[in-house]
Design a protein around this ligand. Sequence first.
Ligand SMILES: Cc1cc2nc3c(=O)[nH]c(=O)nc-3n(C[C@H](O)[C@H](O)[C@H](O)COP(=O)(O)OP(=O)(O)OC[C@H]3O[C@@H](n4cnc5c(N)ncnc54)[C@H](O)[C@@H]3O)c2cc1C
Ligand SMILES: NC(=O)c1ccc[n+]([C@@H]2O[C@H](COP(=O)([O-])OP(=O)(O)OC[C@H]3O[C@@H](n4cnc5c(N)ncnc54)[C@H](OP(=O)(O)O)[C@@H]3O)[C@@H](O)[C@H]2O)c1
Length: 450
Amino acid sequence: MTHHARVAVIGAGAAGLAATKALLDVGADVVTYEKGDRPGGLWVRDNTSGLSPAYASLHLNTSKGRTEFADFPMPQDWPDYPSADHIAGYLADYAQTFGVTDRVRFSTTVAAVERTADGGWTVTTEAGETDRYDAVVVANGHNWDPKWPSPAYPGEFAGTQMHAHDYRSADVFRDRRVVVVGMGNSAMDIAVDASYVAKAPVLLSARHGVHIVPKYLFGKPADATGAAIAGLPWKVRQRIAETMLRLAVGRPEKYGLPAPSSGFFQNHPTISDTILHRLTHGAVEPRPGIARLDGEHVVFTDGRREEADVIVWATGYRVTIPFLSPRWLGANPEAMPLHHRVFHLEEPTLGFVGLMQSTGAALPVVEAQAKLFAAYVGGRYALPTPQERRREADRVLARARSRWGDKRPAMRIDFDQYVASVPREIEAGERRLGSGAAAFSPASTAEVHA
Ligand SMILES: Cc1cc2nc3c(=O)[nH]c(=O)nc-3n(C[C@H](O)[C@H](O)[C@H](O)COP(=O)(O)OP(=O)(O)OC[C@H]3O[C@@H](n4cnc5c(N)ncnc54)[C@H](O)[C@@H]3O)c2cc1C
Ligand SMILES: NC(=O)c1ccc[n+]([C@@H]2O[C@H](COP(=O)([O-])OP(=O)(O)OC[C@H]3O[C@@H](n4cnc5c(N)ncnc54)[C@H](OP(=O)(O)O)[C@@H]3O)[C@@H](O)[C@H]2O)c1
């Protein structure tokens, strides 16, 4: 790199740490802002940021071998599915090993990111300090702003309502009648935890069915099987995965759950072996969606009316980037198209790492995204023209819509295919550079010809 680009990274979770490392590797001058007092983001239980949803029983649901950073393997003596505390420690070690920790301004919340007249960016903190940068990486995570049902279900509930984000340990359920709403991974873990202490049975309310994947399939981590068939088209992988699941655990309907509303690899994977165990013991009982709330009762869409003390809304999270204006994000940040899921289409010095939903683990994806953005900032990678970027984004979105429907199509990433595509995209950018295409220049932050 001829110039030292000055780059701000917002967030020191897995994504921000990977971005900081990759940028340091290309010689950039990096400042990383982190609201909490340590690295690791959502894996740090009781993070001082107040943003982490991590609870006592949280473990990886993607296996160690498929989750670790390529640049930093997880210890061999760890189990296949390590705990949240393991992962928080791993991310802190990663940051320390690669000199990332020293670049982080902890307990510092970014309040605004704005464009400057000369084509750079300013980052302003809640404390009112402003610094100028040539490029910005947004890595603020998207699992911290609870998505409550909207509109709310009709009626009033006399008991306690909580969102999964605020769940920490099962004590809150002791001897209480509990309804858990949702079929994602939070709902599975919370229903299982509750089932050991709550008044039996815990009711699990699903308005749609999902495929439930056990952590082990045929004696191996389930996602290791995915790795073996990674090169095949997704529809072929779908047939194989659905057949294997049927052979290994049977259909969800056999457990009293609704049939999956979409095919495997067409929804976010729900991974749990313990939920099946608790269902078969009657400690958790399936219910359909909620029709209304009625004092001390929850009325389900099949007409059943059940007494309840606590409702846990495990209904997911909103994508929220409060420090960027809609000028950059559009009306809905979930729908924002990005070039290769990293570069803002209008202004590629605004990068996003981790603003995606992967069919597999997250860490290798954010590591690849970080390397792509760093290759650009380091002057090794030239982008396609703005028109080509727009056309490519439209093409990717159309394909995603036909696969994912309206379930966050812009954010979807097919894990193996995306991770494999990034080195190819970097090579393509090198070739574009070689033929005189536009490259990043920190001097003006405008694209100039190399
Ligand atoms: C409960 C749960 C379990 C999961 N399990 C798995 C799993 O098993 N395997 C897997 O691969 N993925 C899993 N994921 C996905 C997870 O999102 C990724 O693993 C990864 O940790 C996301 O990292 P991130 O850096 O994008 O976000 P985060 O970890 O959320 O980090 C974002 C960071 O930005 C900081 N920040 C936010 N706003 C500001 C601001 N304005 N100023 C300064 N700092 C700010 C936050 O404090 C935080 O430290 C899980 C997610 C959840 C919610
Ligand atoms: N490592 C782990 O073990 C672990 C544990 C927890 C979470 N996670 C991860 O954390 C992220 C968030 O997971 P999550 O489970 O919290 O959220 P999620 O995956 O978004 O799931 C939300 C669930 O709530 C349902 N839902 C949403 N709105 C609803 C409404 N108004 N009424 C009824 N149901 C509603 C959704 O079903 P519909 O299809 O009906 O909308 C879905 O089943 C995911 O990436 C997940 O993999 C991982």
